[in-house]
Design a protein around this ligand. Structure first.
Ligand SMILES: NC(=O)C1=CN([C@@H]2O[C@H](COP(=O)(O)OP(=O)(O)OC[C@H]3O[C@@H](n4cnc5c(N)ncnc54)[C@H](OP(=O)(O)O)[C@@H]3O)[C@@H](O)[C@H]2O)C=CC1
Ligand SMILES: CCCCCCCCCCCCCCCC(=O)[C@@H](N)CO
Length: 323
């Protein structure tokens, strides 16, 4: 048969979604619930977790089965767990709690959507804010991946790990010194694991989305430098639901690097290295667009930054930076 591998089907699978109480993670949780999966959501804030669960359990009077909106069966287990995933012990405890509710069995797949961004100028950072940056990009996903890998190997069950990086895991620019490094680090981790976890039959994916129209995006924009906002304006935020669909389709196609839109594909194809292609022909096309377009874009961005010198200096002076 030509269609050698069957498409991944969430039905009946236990999916563990970190950051599932908001934005992309919530949209992924909804999509997986619609797909018939058991969904375990992990995040910190209990109120938001409760709201997310209410959303998953929402009823719709428009559907043929008027009491159910997303569920495909009354047997689906939809659960939430409050843990801080930037701590190693709490990450283990969260996974353990979700296993406990599934007869001790590990999730079939982990969707690592948790993360956050606090943009700002590098000169305004300190050791603690840079470390927090790594906590909220890299460690918040890496600890779970580590424990999940150990436990699946121990149980001799193959797993599935899906990381969420960002366009800022392919490139970077002014304002992202506390965020972009951790998102690049996730790429390095995913690349290592794609290779190493072949030993155990565990599959690894990583997505690189641009701006997401999420509560987290609203939050980060409150502190985002004006110049960063200006440069980013090209990348209109996308609906979490559309990106969640792109994420799940990418997993189903077996893409290692999941690029949910044109920009993501351009950056992906321009920085492939030894990363597997998604589509040899199209990747060549995207790389060509990038080869021409990216240097022009970067030159334009550099001149925008340079034009901002005076305003930036005034800003630092007003903050008392020079005294
Ligand atoms: N927003 C954007 O423009 C972009 C975002 N991304 C990435 O996509 C992912 C989703 O972003 P977005 O949809 O904006 O998400 P939101 O900021 O809307 O939600 C983030 C989720 O992660 C949880 N979370 C954050 N930190 C922790 C932690 N330490 N422990 C446990 N849970 C945590 C939050 O819950 P709680 O706070 O209650 O713990 C919440 O459920 C993130 O990894 C983000 O970096 C990538 C590209 C663009
Ligand atoms: C032909 C080539 C054209 C290139 C145009 C490139 C435009 C890029 C815009 C930058 C978008 C930054 C997204 C940040 C997402 C993110 O992770 C943050 N929201 C988190 O803080």
């Amino acid at each position: 048969m030509w269609s050698a591998q069957r498409k991944w089907d969430p039905r009946g699978q236990h999916c563990y979604v970190t950051g599932g109480s908001s934005g992309l993670g919530l949209a992924v949780s909804v999509a997986l619930t619609k797909g018939g999966a058991d969904v375990s959501i992990v995040a910190r804030n209990e109120e938001r977790l409760a709201k997310a669960l209410a959303e998953l359990e929402a009823r719709s009077f428009a559907s043929i089965r008027p009491w159910i909106k997303y569920r495909t069966s009354p047997d689906q287990k939809l659960r939430t767990y409050s843990f801080s995933l930037s701590e190693p012990d709490a990450s283990d405890a969260a996974l353990e709690a979700a296993c406990r509710d599934h007869d001790g069995k590990l999730p079939h797949a982990v969707f690592l959507c948790a993360g956050s961004s606090t943009p700002g100028f590098f000169v305004e950072q300190d050791a603690s804010s840079l470390q927090k940056g790594m906590d909220n990009t890299y460690w918040v996903q890496a600890y779970t991946a580590l424990t999940y890998t150990k436990w699946t190997v121990r149980d001799k069950t193959p797993g599935k790990i899906v990381f969420v990086s960002s366009l800022l895991g392919y490139m970077s620019m002014i304002g992202y010194s506390s965020y972009s490094p951790g998102k690049h680090a996730l790429r390095g981790l995913a690349e290592t694991l794609r290779s190493e976890l072949l030993l155990y039959g565990t599959t690894v994916h990583i997505m690189f989305p641009g701006n997401i129209d999420s509560p987290g995006y609203v939050e980060e924009n409150r502190v985002k430098p004006k110049i960063t906002l200006e440069i980013e304006a090209t990348d209109k935020p996308k609906a979490p639901e559309a990106l969640a669909e792109g994420l799940i389709q990418g997993v189903q196609r077996g893409d290692f690097h999941i690029a949910p839109d044109m920009l993501s594909n351009i950056f992906r194809s321009s920085t492939l290295g030894a990363t597997p292609h998604n589509n040899l022909l199209l990747d060549g096309l995207y790389a060509t667009i990038g080869w021409i377009g990216l240097p022009l874009w970067r030159r334009d961005m550099d001149s925008t930054v340079l034009k901002h010198r005076k305003e930036h200096s005034d800003y630092l002076a007003a903050k008392g930076f020079f005294k």
